[in-house]
Ligand binder design. Structure first.
Ligand code: ZN
Length: 387
């Protein structure tokens, strides 16, 4: 098989049933492809009590700086009702120039594109490149993200690997290939506010302290505050309440507790710590004014906002996208979180991949032409980066 054909690689990958945390043969296949092309390949399984074991892969060609690393995940979300698919989710079928399958855009197509580009680049230079190209591939992005990229990065750092820049192949384009490069991500803080008052009979409210009244006041106050007006690269930070719960079935009882769950998506004007302080200060003030107690608890997995400042690396990727697609990509920080939140602690990271429209949906699919164009973009990035 020609390992520089991104479509063939994408089809092979889609045929592997790698629903998180199953490896499904996807990494085993890539080990062969990359080893055949002269990469040094290591596979490792990471474990942690309470989470499934996950397979990961590190591959490298060349030596020293500059060191460009491509990051991605071979795991996919479940297909849902397989009968609802026009083409089976793990068949890798092409119809009318469109490749169907779970992971086509998120993100087996992009992995195939980068591998084909890297193999072609290494081959065109007779295996001699001015620096290093490596790949960090995990099977734990769509799951708990515990035994994946975070541990893979630590493992590589322990072995003395120093990355200068990272390209993450998540689907970043809303409508057309070339729409957007992600240069950062908003942070995310989730938690629960619990107000405790005093239970009592509704006919004798003076003997009780209704926590619902106080919770509503706290919520109204928090919602009426403007966190910021956005920055050059980020939208304004935003707090959303996602649930309000009392769980009281009685009609004649004032409950003792009321809870509200919230999520804040925030930009680089804030940190997790500054937002926690803000919330706790507001709650303490409201609790004192209403003679109740108010506690804030935080969920697991909250993340900081980050930004890769525009500069030479951003320019390389931007020019490659423009040269191949004719589009001037926006520099975006929108959307949810990704493994970039771990990578940014090691080196500047950009995200550019396929069009995300059908990700996680029935009939996930990608035009073959998009995979070919993305391969050309990654190939140009390599050419310029190592020039
Ligand atoms: Zn993804």
């Amino acid at each position: 098989m020609d390992h520089s054909d991104p479509i063939a690689i994408a089809q092979e990958l889609i045929r592997c049933r790698s629903v998180t945390p199953e490896e499904g043969g996807a990494l085993r296949y890539l080990v062969k492809v990359l080893a055949d092309a002269g990469f040094t390949v290591r596979r490792m399984t990471f474990t942690e009590p309470g989470t499934p074991d996950v397979d990961n892969l590190f591959a490298k060609v060349g030596a020293g700086a500059p060191h460009l690393v491509f990051a991605g995940h071979t795991d996919v979300v479940p297909p849902g009702d397989e009968a609802a698919w026009r083409h089976p989710p793990f068949a890798g079928e092409i119809a009318d120039g469109v490749l169907y399958g779970r992971g086509a855009v998120d993100m087996k197509g992009a992995i195939a594109a980068f591998i084909a580009a890297a193999i072609d680049y290494v081959r065109a230079n007779d295996g001699r490149i001015r620096g290093s190209i490596s790949l960090l591939l995990t099977g734990d992005e769509e799951g708990p993200s515990v035994n994946g990229t975070a541990k893979l990065l630590a493992w590589a750092a322990e072995r003395g690997e120093k990355f200068d820049h990272c390209l993450l192949g998540e689907p970043t384009n809303p409508d057309n290939l070339g729409d957007a490069i992600k240069i950062g991500r908003r942070g995310s803080l989730s938690g629960t506010i619990t107000v405790t008052g005093k239970q009592g009979h509704v006919a004798y409210p003076h003997l009780a302290k209704n926590p619902i009244h106080s919770l509503m006041r706290i919520m109204t106050e928090l919602m009426s505050e403007t966190l910021d007006h956005g920055t050059d690269h980020f939208d304004a930070s935003n707090l959303e309440f996602t649930s309000v719960d009392v769980g009281n079935r009685a009609t004649n009882v004032i409950p003792s507790q009321a809870r509200a769950r919230f999520n804040i998506r925030f930009n680089d004007r804030h940190t997790l710590q500054s937002l926690r302080s803000w919330l706790e200060m507001r709650c303490a003030k409201a609790a004192a004014a209403n003679d109740v107690t108010c506690e804030v608890e935080y969920a697991q997995g909250n993340s900081e906002a980050f930004l890769t400042q525009p500069g030479p690396f951003v320019d390389i990727v931007r020019s490659a996208v423009r040269d191949v697609t004719g589009r001037q990509p926006a520099l975006s920080t929108s959307g949810g979180t990704s493994d970039a939140r771990f990578i940014k602690n090691y080196c500047p990271v950009l995200e550019f991949g396929l069009v995300g429209q059908t990700m996680h949906q029935v009939d996930e699919r990608v035009p073959v032409a998009d995979v070919t164009a993305l391969t050309a973009i990654y190939r140009r990035v390599l050419e310029t980066y190592f020039a």
